[in-house]
Ligand binder design. Structure first.
Ligand SMILES: *Cc1c(COP(=O)(O)O)cnc(C)c1O
Length: 378
């Protein structure tokens, strides 16, 4: 099945009992048993719920994995996946990882004896230097936030396999519509479904997909034991959002390409980061490992004052954290999503005060371009 068909026909569709085309919202916590221990596959909704199960089957299919899981947020999904590790294990993480992942690895799981090192995952030699005898897993995002750096998933997966490490890829930015880490060799894919998968700024959710049934059993055990599951209403909102993922991703990308083309020649823009531009240092890798370049752009206007000035003049870009929604969103990472990172570390990573991040929405691109050109004008 091709991706756009799979978005409509993948996973579990409809309701066999009534013929309802839309999966019902099974708003129930428990299930009647016919006799002691005899039931229809569901006992209690933390363990399993049919609406959540339909979503879990769909993300499994979209990511070409073995089993899918839905959680109450992206961070709940990441927490559950990290619970596969034990005290004494060491974890490698990409150095410009999402702030929430940095926080959990340095303030929560470290207290449980799981130490994390942050490393440039675009560089296999750096990985080789950072690996230790007790390293058990490597977690990476590609493209990254906000600089849109890419790691070569197939090359990193081959390296991780040679070292016996579990490779976990956060695929939030690309979505399964553009990129599938599991066929490239990843063991686990995670998503903040709050972003593109939900797509409408109205649900907080997380998903995980594993590539084999043994890992699936282990993650289901953790999901049920720790309990951070997604409720039936929110599972249904994601099922609904996912049907239009293909249409939305095409529109996000078209708008991002047009905005990137305008920004890349604008005199007020010092640097621009967008994998779809031929000038992006990893443009060829982006072409090779993904089917699209996505809807995220970042660019530097030289100073924090100029960035604030641009944003104040905009009409269609909502100043907000988050990304992947139908409405265009704009942010200044140094003062918003990445404010908790010390300034020296931010600058070393390239997250300067004048860096602006855009999540291109699906509005008319001419309106977006006019608006941004107006904002950038002195
Ligand atoms: C937002 C985000 C998360 C966290 O997801 P929540 O749904 O906010 O808990 C994790 N990884 C990436 C790349 C994100 O953008």
């Amino acid at each position: 099945m091709r991706k756009r068909t799979e978005l409509i026909h993948g996973g579990i569709t409809g309701d066999p009992h009534t013929g309802a085309v839309s999966v019902p919202i099974y708003q129930t916590s428990t299930y009647e048993q016919e006799d002691i221990g005899v039931h229809k596959g569901y006992e209690y909704s933390r363990t399993g719920n049919p609406t959540r199960h339909a979503l879990e089957a769909l993300i499994r299919d979209l990511e070409e994995g073995e089993r899918g899981f839905a959680f109450a947020s992206g961070m709940a999904a990441i927490t559950a996946v990290l619970m596969l590790l034990s005290s004494g294990d060491h974890l490698l993480v990409n150095d410009d990882v999402y702030g929430g992942t940095y926080r959990i690895a340095t303030k929560v799981t470290n207290r449980l004896g799981i130490e994390a090192s942050f490393v440039d995952t675009t560089d296999l030699a750096a990985l080789e230097q950072a690996v230790r005898p007790h390293t058990k897993a490597l977690l990476l995002e590609t493209p990254t936030n906000p600089l849109l750096k890419l790691s070569d998933i197939a090359a990193v997966a081959a390296w991780a396999k040679s070292r016996g490490l579990l490779l976990i890829v956060d695929n939030t930015f690309s979505t399964p519509y553009w990129q599938n880490p599991i066929p490239l060799g990843a063991d686990i894919v995670i998503h903040s479904a709050t972003k593109y998968l939900g797509g409408h700024s109205d649900v907080v959710a997380g998903l995980a997909v594993v590539n084999d049934s043994e890992l699936g059993e282990r993650l289901h055990f953790i999901q049920n034991a720790t309990g951070g599951v997604l409720g039936p209403q929110d599972s249904w909102l994601l099922l609904r959002g996912l049907k239009t993922l293909g249409l939305r991703m095409e529109a996000h990308e078209q708008n991002a390409k047009e905005l990137a083309a305008m920004l890349s020649v604008h005199p007020s823009v010092r640097r621009i980061h967008y994998p779809g531009l031929e000038s992006h240092p990893q443009h060829e890798l982006a072409r090779r490992q993904a089917r699209g370049f996505g809807g995220m752009i970042s660019f530097d206007v030289g100073s924090g004052e100029k960035a604030a000035d641009v944003i104040r003049k905009l009409r269609y870009f909502t100043l907000a954290e988050s990304l992947g929604a139908v409405e265009s969103l704009i942010s200044v990472p140094a003062r918003m999503t990445h404010a908790s990172i010390p300034k020296e570390r931010r600058e070393a990573l390239g997250i300067s005060d004048g860096l602006i991040r855009i999540s291109a929405g699906i509005e008319d691109s001419e309106d977006l371009i006019e608006d941004l050109a107006n904002g950038l004008a002195d």
